[in-house]
Write a protein that binds this ligand. Structure first.
Ligand code: R5P
Length: 315
């Protein structure tokens, strides 16, 4: 339906390198736009080319500073809508605020829903995202959401590793079991999980381990890590139960100093993640960053041409 409109891809200031790589992967030029931030923090955006009647994709993960990047994306959407684009797709490889997706205590917001409302109100027609913290967040939008998985990219890297057998996949918390199950099925290995209790934003207590990890290599898989408390405490309990090497994988890494420090001091041999956020691990940090630009590029091409996205994940 939109294939006869010209495609245009623009980047906000959150992750221009990823936007460039997406464009390269599908032989598209990156659109010309300017995003500046004034000294008082206000954002100003300008689209420097004609986009009337175009199928526009705006690439902007809402990684930190999350508020600024969300606001800038909303402003870009406004600019593109007022410039008469035919359709606007927000490409948000990492959708921040996703962990605030329910009222788990009295008098707390559901910020993920608020962000979905803001995007829709600004004029976004559809969203392309990857490994949402909870798949149900797709339902927070009343517009189409295409949901990608980093799984094929992660599995390609993992399968190329020698000496991984015998392997078991482990979810570092019960909430991530579904994701763990998808990896264990794809790899044809068993599944374990750790039950954790969160003591604070930065501290977690692993309570117990369900499943067999003794004399096996473990692949811990989660949607994201920030302080690395969840992964490193899960790695510890796996080691206490006789695991050989512990590898970890997360689709999104929003690591700060504490997270890198914990990883360095942990039993984790290597953490595999993606460039869904502009991550730059310090030397010796055990972090391997895989590129998802081709996956996003292919999805953009398929959305533009009205082709199946789910078939990208069938094998
Ligand atoms: C929580 O349910 C998420 O899936 C992650 O496990 C969590 O957000 C990781 O945070 P941290 O790295 O700070 O423990």
């Amino acid at each position: 339906m939109f294939a006869h409109y010209e495609m245009k891809i623009f980047s906000g200031s959150a992750h221009p390198e990823l936007a460039r790589r997406i464009c390269d992967s599908i032989y598209q030029p990156l659109g010309d736009s300017t995003s500046v931030s004034f000294s008082d923090g206000e954002s100003k955006v300008r689209i420097n080319e004609d986009i009337r009647g175009r199928d526009v994709f705006l690439v902007q993960p809402t990684s930190g500073p999350a508020n600024q990047h969300i606001m800038e994306l909303l402003i870009m959407v406004d600019a593109v809508r007022r410039a008469s684009a035919a359709r606007i797709t927000a490409v948000i490889p990492y959708f921040g605020y996703a962990r605030q997706d329910r009222k788990d205590r009295p008098r707390v917001p559901i910020t993920a829903k608020l962000v979905a409302n803001l995007l829709t109100a600004a004029g976004v027609n559809r969203v392309l995202t990857m490994d949402l913290h909870a798949q149900q967040i797709q339902g927070f939008f009343d517009i189409q959401v295409d949901h990608l998985y980093a799984r094929p990219v992660m599995l390609r890297y993992l399968r190329a590793k020698p000496d991984l057998d015998p392997l078991v996949v482990c979810s570092p918390d019960v909430g991530g079991l579904k994701m763990g199950e998808a990896y264990s099925q794809a790899l044809g290995v068993g599944l374990a999980t750790v039950a954790k209790r969160r003591k604070s934003d930065t501290e977690v207590d692993p309570l117990y381990l369900i499943g067999e990890v003794k004399d096996r290599n473990v692949f811990l898989i989660d949607d994201l890590t920030s302080t690395a408390g969840t992964l490193t405490s899960a790695a510890r309990i796996c080691k206490e139960h006789g695991a050989k090497h512990v590898f970890a994988g997360v689709s999104h890494a929003v690591l700060g100093e504490l997270g890198y420090q914990r990883l360095r001091d942990s039993e984790i041999t290597e953490l595999i993640t993606t460039n869904s956020t502009p991550i730059a691990p310090p030397p010796g940090s055990k972090v391997e960053v895989l590129c998802i630009a081709s996956l996003l590029g292919e999805a953009i091409k398929r959305i533009h041409n009205d082709e199946s996205i789910s078939s990208l994940f069938e094998h």
